[in-house]
Design a binder for this molecule. Structure first.
Ligand SMILES: [Zn+2]
Length: 534
């Protein structure tokens, strides 16, 4: 796979440098006034694609596909990019739903990324302020990963139009975060060399304000690892002494970890599920496994805590006379974002500003906030200043964009497509994600994304500053430690059965943009619906 992809990159580069009419021309110099004008055009270009942004956002919301099973989503996005002249390579890094789309020629190569997968048990009708599933027990966009690619594609098409008209050289690359909810995709993209020739990554993630940051990000890096224990079956009543219980080993491991974690740094976060607890009570479980997320704020402490978990697992195996094997499922490096690019992005955030929310949109936001005991202060009305490197890192969640951020200068843009003060990985975080709130947030974010791409395309100095920062500032105290080895493989079988179970019901509810203006229209929802009719 790695070889195949590198072959593609080389072939694509050859095609660009020898055949493209753009590459042969010397680009006209772009002065600050001209750049201002191009950014204005980019904003207009995004406005003209407002409909596309809404359709893509709603369509991907209706697909709601779990990690590694994003087949409809990826097929849909790549078909749009292909129709718009992008070259697509599919099945990247051993992941059938991963792809890379490229358009343009030569450098700089600017790579826009965003996640595409959804979450278990968060199926939710949008635009209503009460709990009601679209598909009972089904997956849903309970974080809002349906919106990021709508943003990127809208931005990329607006920039492409300007590049063609102004003969600006450079390559636009789009790529998806596959299985981000399992932090199980991006490290494999890095290992496969997807970012080898990329100059800057502009990543985007749904949020509730228009903002960016630089330096080490609050939150954690992590390893996702499964410990499987192997014993012997026996009749649990007739001859229990002949059995070796793998489930006992799982329980002992969990007890050991739960004792030990009191004596770890408070920055650590760790959690587990028993994903195999045996078959039935009267058969001593010969096979059992437990799946851990082990998080810390830096590479050294992640490794240290993984070492402790490994030791506890070995101890549990010894105590039960079972054997233990471990499997890495995913990883996320702690994130570090590029200061020069983030500062350029902040300039564009200040120009674009927050969307103007209507009374209906605010009333909906407040109703949802009240429903889940969040502070009922409605939608964001004030931009936040850029978040600088924190003096002391706060613990929290992880994102495998971290691995990309240690490979190439990277920033993340958050955009206001969701409601503040709701809990993510929860159905309430899906409620706004196919409503005008999400549509407006995506458009605002697409403008910033397009403008920042233009900054990078037209300023070799900015690209150089980003590379200098990456080499001398970012890597001064830490260097990238990949969480995956050369032989770990993406766990693409995950969620297959779950999606097979729910997809037939979901398919009946896929958004048909030819028939309905919006997904809300298709569902017969008059936004906003604040109280459940009796
Ligand atoms: Zn996310």
């Amino acid at each position: 796979m790695q070889q195949r992809f590198l072959g593609f990159v080389i072939a694509a580069m050859c095609a660009c440098t020898t055949m493209s009419p753009l590459a042969a021309q010397t680009p006209p110099p772009i002065n600050p006034e001209k750049l201002m004008d191009l950014k204005k055009q980019a904003q207009d270009g995004v406005e003209q694609r407002r409909k596309l942004a809404q359709v893509m956002n709603d369509k991907i919301f209706s697909f709601s596909e779990l990690a590694f099973q994003e087949f409809e989503t990826s097929g849909y996005i790549t078909s749009i990019l292909e129709k718009n002249g992008f070259t697509i390579e599919r099945g990247i890094a051993g992941m059938p739903t991963a792809w890379v789309a490229k358009w343009g020629s030569g450098s700089p190569v600017i790579a826009m990324g965003s996640d595409i997968d959804c979450l278990p048990k968060t199926s939710q009708k949008p635009g209503i302020a009460w709990r009601e599933e679209l598909v009972a027990g089904g997956p849903g966009h309970g974080e809002g990963h349906n919106s990021g690619q709508a943003l990127n594609v809208t931005a990329a098409l607006a920039v492409k139009e300007i590049m063609e008209r102004e003969k600006i050289p450079g390559t636009l690359m789009l790529w998806p975060g596959v299985a981000e909810e399992l932090v199980a995709g991006k490290a494999f993209l890095v290992r496969a060399g997807v970012f080898k020739d990329v100059d800057a990554v502009l990543f985007t993630h749904v949020g509730n304000n228009l903002q960016t940051s630089w330096g080490d990000a609050n939150g954690t890096g992590m390893l996702s690892v499964e410990y499987a224990f192997h014993g012997e079956t026996a009749h649990s009543a007739f001859s229990p002494w002949r059995g070796k219980s793998a489930l006992d080993a799982v329980e002992l491991m969990d007890m050991g970890w739960n004792m030990r974690r009191e004596h770890l740094r408070p920055e650590q976060r760790s959690h587990y599920v028993i994903n195999n607890g045996g078959d039935q009570p009267n058969v001593v479980p010969s096979e059992a496994s437990v799946w851990y997320f082990i998080r810390e704020t830096d590479f050294a402490n992640i490794s240290k805590n993984v070492g402790i978990a490994d030791t506890i697992a070995k101890g549990a195996a010894m105590m039960t006379d079972t054997t233990m094997t471990r499997r890495v499922i995913g990883t996320a490096a702690p994130r570090h974002y590029s200061r020069p690019i983030a500062e350029a992005m902040q300039g564009n955030i200040n120009q674009v500003g927050l969307p103007k929310w209507t009374d209906d949109e605010n009333a909906f936001a407040k109703a949802v906030q009240k429903l889940v005991d969040g502070k009922p202060d409605g939608l964001a009305t004030e931009l936040r200043p850029i978040t600088p490197q924190p003096t002391r890192l706060e613990s929290g969640a992880s994102d495998d964009i971290g691995d990309v951020s240690w490979t190439v200068p990277t920033v993340t843009l958050n955009y206001p497509a969701n409601i503040p003060n709701v809990s993510i990985h929860h159905w309430s975080a899906a409620m706004a994600m196919a409503t005008p709130i999400a549509h407006k947030g995506v458009v605002a974010g697409a403008k910033v994304m397009a403008m920042t791409t233009l900054d990078l395309l037209t300023s070799p100095e900015l690209v150089k500053q980003a590379k200098d920062y990456f080499a001398t500032v970012q890597q001064k105290n830490q260097k990238y430690v990949p969480g995956i080895s050369a032989t770990d493989m993406p766990q693409i079988q995950l969620n297959k059965e779950t999606m097979e179970k729910f997809r037939p019901e979901q398919r009946k509810l896929y958004y048909d943009e030819a028939k309905y203006d919006t997904y809300l229209d298709q569902l017969g929802i008059k936004f906003p619906m604040l109280t459940k009719p009796n």
